[in-house]
Design a protein. Structure first.
Ligand code: FAD
Length: 421
């Protein structure tokens, strides 16, 4: 990486010009997988990683801390490192306790310690703090203008998890009325909240984030109601395991109708779900308090009740009063939420904000690759999960280096191949 400090007079501060082989935007699990695969294929790979934070996995770690999530949902073989068994070996070697849950998901603590170790072992520098502002591509290289300077790169990997939060319309009536009356689940920071004891909290949504919040808020003495549109969906994983292999993916890839393919992927995710062990723990009293679950129920409208709280009118004609509403209503992935990418996206067909990428996850003729849910067209409904991180990192690494890592992550079985064939 070459860094040339230059002065941009109207900004009055030193800005940088960076020239690099590969720029990765986003230092979450997906960006980390890309960096690790590229380093595995070529230990001298020249990478520049940018993020809002100068720490790896800052967003991931914050989400788990805020909702006090003690274990992952996915099994222990899913993580950012190229060798699927690396986390299992790490947990054994370092004597970390197992979660003892079905399918052996790792504990959050073991996953974090593991990621810290693989980042150190791969000698990955902390991300540079920068946000993209505009991009230009001549089909062979890109120029990325960021909030901290300009990056010239031969390849750009977008691993930013671009999404919009789903905010139901009925909330508009109560947003901005009282501090803390309504929060998105990602903003609920349990360890740093005022005392929840005796608070009536309504959580909207029947997914796992909401369920963790419900359980942990009850633990803190809150009286919690979950309101979910459908009966709670009980699934071990958020996507059926058949979507991680040929069982479903063969037919998916064989479907030449792009719109139907994206629809199939949406249907396969089929909204939010929770594993059976979580349902059990929601239905058992916690410190003498029970969580109320109102499923097949929608909130139709809400009215603030000054000086505090609000009333929610439900589709069951019931009314419930609460002090706080937390929206665990999920997110929608969309590349279009990134305005800086618009000049590139003009040439790329998208359906529901998802680009129709090729097998190497490349955006048309540009040396720009996508990871996460943006790779759904090629990878299927599990693209946004940790499984998808490794699949995407594998394909993008092959496209960039011409080398294909072995299924155990080894670089020895590499074979050059034409990525566009
Ligand atoms: C609570 C929770 C638990 C989950 N548990 C699991 C699980 O157990 N197993 C599983 O497989 N999946 C799980 N997922 C799904 C998925 O793996 C996570 O959402 C994961 O964080 C996605 O990784 P990512 O790298 O795509 O996104 P992120 O972790 O969100 O990382 C994206 C990075 O991009 C950066 N960024 C974004 N915009 C900009 C910008 N404009 N400029 C600079 N940087 C930017 C962010 O700061 C962030 O660091 C979970 C999701 C959630 C919300």
């Amino acid at each position: 990486m070459i860094i040339i400090p230059i002065m941009i007079s109207d900004m009055g501060k030193s800005d940088e010009v960076v020239t690099t082989e590969t720029c990765i935007i986003g230092a979450g699990p997906h960006g980390l997988a890309a960096a690790l695969y590229l380093k595995q294929a070529d230990p001298f790979a020249d990478l520049t990683v940018i993020d809002r934070s100068n720490e790896w996995l800052a967003n991931w770690t914050q989400q788990f801390k805020r909702a006090e999530i003690a274990t992952l949902r996915s099994p222990i073989v899913h993580h950012p490192a190229p060798n699927p068994y690396a986390l299992t070996d790490f947990v054994t070697r370092k004597n970390f306790s197992r979660s003892d849950l079905p399918y052996d998901p790792p504990t959050t603590q073991a996953f974090s310690a593991f990621c810290a170790e693989i980042i150190t072992e791969a000698d990955l520098a902390p991300p540079l703090i920068a946000a993209p502002k505009s991009v230009r591509s001549d089909h062979n290289s890109i120029k990325l203008e960021t909030s901290s300077g300009i990056i010239y790169a031969q390849n750009l990997i977008i691993a930013m998890n671009p999404h919009q939060r789903i905010i139901p319309q009925w909330t508009w009536n109560i947003i901005g009325h009282q501090a803390g009356l309504i929060e998105h689940a990602f903003d609920v920071d349990l360890p740093n909240m005022p005392d929840l004891y005796g608070q009536r909290v309504v959580i909207i949504g029947g997914g796992l984030t909401g369920a963790h919040l419900a359980r942990n808020a009850t633990q803190r003495g809150a009286s919690v109601t979950i309101v979910a549109r459908r009966p709670l969906q009980i699934r071990d994983f958020d996507t059926e395991p058949g979507w991680l292999g040929p069982k479903y993916l063969n037919d998916y890839h064989a479907d030449s109708d792009a719109t139907r393919r994206i629809q199939t992927a949406h249907d396969a995710r089929n909204g939010s779900s929770i594993p059976g062990w979580m349902l059990n723990s929601l239905t058992e009293p916690i410190n003498g308090l029970s969580i109320e679950i109102l499923d097949s129920t929608e909130v139709l409208s809400a009215q603030p009740t000054p000086p505090k709280g609000c009333v929610l009118n439900l589709s069951t004609e019931e009314e419930i009063y609460c002090d706080q509403v937390w929206l665990a209503t999920g997110t929608q992935s969309s590349l279009h939420s990134m305005r800086w990418l618009q000049p590139i996206l003009q040439d790329i067909p998208t359906i529901d904000g998802l680009p129709l990428v090729d097998q190497s996850l490349r955006l048309g003729p540009h040396p720009i690759f996508v990871m996460g849910r943006s790779a759904t067209f090629a990878l299927g409904p599990a693209a946004g999960n940790l499984w998808g991180a490794r699949q995407a990192a594998h394909r993008i690494t092959t496209a960039i280096t011409g080398l294909e890592l072995g299924s155990d992550g080894s670089a020895h079985s590499s074979k050059p191949r034409n990525i566009n064939s």
